[in-house]
Design a protein around this ligand. Structure first.
Ligand code: ADP
Length: 493
């Protein structure tokens, strides 16, 4: 029994132990699983930490690059503003401050421009190179001028990081300019000498990038543009100086010519005046004798002599008329005729002229109408002179208008003056003669003028009288349809 109890106890204990062990084993297993899980998590965390560090590093690098880019752009802006402040070619290079280049990461720089006359490159900017070095660079560039010219023509930027095709050239440039990190960019203005800009650094920490190349290419382009502006300005300025000189010369010549013309005109007026005076006396006596003979007081005249004397008489009248006109033109031109200007009624003057010409108007069956509104009636003029103007213009209209035509006179206020338009339905005046008819002795070569008498002095006199009143005269005309002579006179009051 005891044995049975013992065995039972042992069995119970054994089972309990086995259960306990099984439980422990299970827990240990779970613990292992947890440890494994923790390990994996730790590994993952480690990976993530590494990633964070890497990302941070990359971010820092990007930030640095960004900072560099911002500084570069800012410097570029300052540099381009500096070089665009001047329009003098030499001044442009003086505006390139070494500090700007330093900000871009370079402490050395040269600019060479090709001089077409000397067929060689000339140094126009040197930053960072001393005596002997720069002299060597100058002579080396001169020796290799074809290479640099070729580069300039191709407008190609070369640098220490240039690809395989340019590697040999890059080595040569690096040797000449004694710098392992360099960028060379052509300067190609549209006008004048081209050249190149080279920048370099001895700082081995600096790694050139495509961005640096781009930046220096922009700087070279900006210099090219500044050169273009300066050269264009110089050209414009020179052209302006030349033009001013030419204008001055022409003005001087014109002044001399004008004085000469004035002198010739005065001599002509004096001559006409003197000749006319001299002609008047014999003309008066010729006309006097012819008139006496024609009265028959000195005896009867045979018919043929009487006819000839009448011709002499008529021609003397015409000649006297012409001499008087010439004298008047000369007098007005020299200012010897004083216009007796006073308030006058235009209508009165027109009516007088119409009366005077009424017989001829009737003979040719020409109608003469006038329209003079009250506000355009009072003028400040010498009535007898204005009367001569109207007689001449209406007289011409009468002469050059075929029978049954119309002549009209219209007056209106215009720009503080009174404008008088005299229109006819006559033969008209060719375009090329419309100015010349106001010159002395000019007559249009037409059938009417071939038959009718005239001196070509009437309109010349008319123009001078109107101008002496401060007015103007002009004509509009259509061949075969008629002409309108317009002139202005001062208003009264
Ligand atoms: P004249 O009448 O003595 O020839 P003017 O100086 O008065 O001289 O006129 C110059 C010329 O202008 C005339 O010969 C004529 O050819 C032209 N002319 C003037 N008035 C008229 C007109 N109303 N119609 C056509 N031609 C005219």
């Amino acid at each position: 029994m005891i044995e049975y109890i013992l065995a039972t106890i042992i069995a119970v204990v054994a089972i309990s132990l086995a259960l306990i062990i099984a439980d422990k084993m299970d827990r240990i297993k779970k613990l292992h699983a947890q440890i494994d899980h923790l390990k994996t998590s730790l590994d993952e965390m480690d990976e993530q930490a590494k990633l964070i560090v890497r990302t941070d590093l990359e971010l820092n690098k990007t930030q640095e690059e960004l900072d560099k880019k911002v500084t570069s752009l800012y410097t570029l802006q300052k540099l381009s503003r500096a070089i665009s402040t001047t329009l003098e070619e030499n001044q442009i290079f003086r505006m390139i401050d070494p500090a700007y280049l330093k900000d871009l990461g370079f402490e050395k720089s040269c600019i060479f421009l090709f001089n077409e006359e000397a067929r060689d490159f000339h140094l126009v900017l040197n930053i960072g190179y001393l005596g002997e070095d720069i002299r060597n660079i100058e002579s080396q560039v001169s020796r290799d001028k074809e290479t640099y010219l070729e580069l300039t023509r191709a407008n190609k930027t070369v640098s220490a990081i240039s690809g395989a095709g340019l590697a040999a050239l890059a080595r040569k440039i690096a040797e000449t300019f004694k710098t392992s990190s360099f960028i060379l960019s052509p300067i190609t203005p549209k006008e004048g000498n081209t050249g190149f800009l080279i920048v370099g650094t001895d700082n081995t920490d600096i790694n050139l990038t495509a961005g640096d190349e781009e930046l220096i290419t922009i700087v070279a382009n900006q210099i090219g543009q500044a050169l273009d502006n300066a050269r264009l300005f110089e050209k414009t300025w020179r052209a302006q100086q030349d033009l001013e000189k030419k204008v001055d010369e022409r003005t001087r010549e014109l002044k001399v010519a004008f004085e000469e013309v004035k002198l010739i005109s005065k001599r002509k007026t004096d001559f006409i005046s003197a000749v006319s005076h001299e002609l008047r006396t014999p003309l008066t006596s010729i006309k006097g004798y012819a008139s006496i003979l024609l009265t028959g007081k000195l005896g009867d005249l045979p018919e043929d002599i009487r006819l000839r004397l009448e011709k002499i008489n008529r021609h003397s009248d015409e000649l006297t008329h012409m001499v008087n006109d010439l004298l008047d033109i000369a007098r007005i031109e020299s200012g010897r005729v004083i216009m007796k200007r006073e308030q006058n009624n235009l209508k009165d003057i027109v009516i007088q002229v119409a009366d005077l010409l009424s017989v001829q108007l009737k003979e040719k069956q020409l109608g003469l109408s006038y329209d003079i509104p009250a506000e355009a009636n009072t003028v400040f003029v010498d009535a007898s002179q204005v009367s001569r103007v109207l007689i001449n213009i209406v007289g011409n209209a009468l002469k050059f208008t075929p029978p049954k035509g119309e002549i009209s006179i219209r007056c209106a206020k215009k720009d503080g003056m009174i404008q008088i338009d005299i229109s006819d339905t006559g033969c008209g005046i060719p375009e090329e003669a419309r100015e010349a008819i106001f010159e002395e002795f000019y007559r249009v070569d037409n059938s009417i003028n071939q038959e009718a008498k005239g001196t070509g002095l009437g309109l010349s006199l008319v123009k001078r009288i109107i101008e002496a009143h401060g007015g103007k005269i002009w004509v509009k005309s259509t061949i075969g349809a008629g002409s309108t002579f317009s002139f202005t006179l001062p208003q009264a009051g």
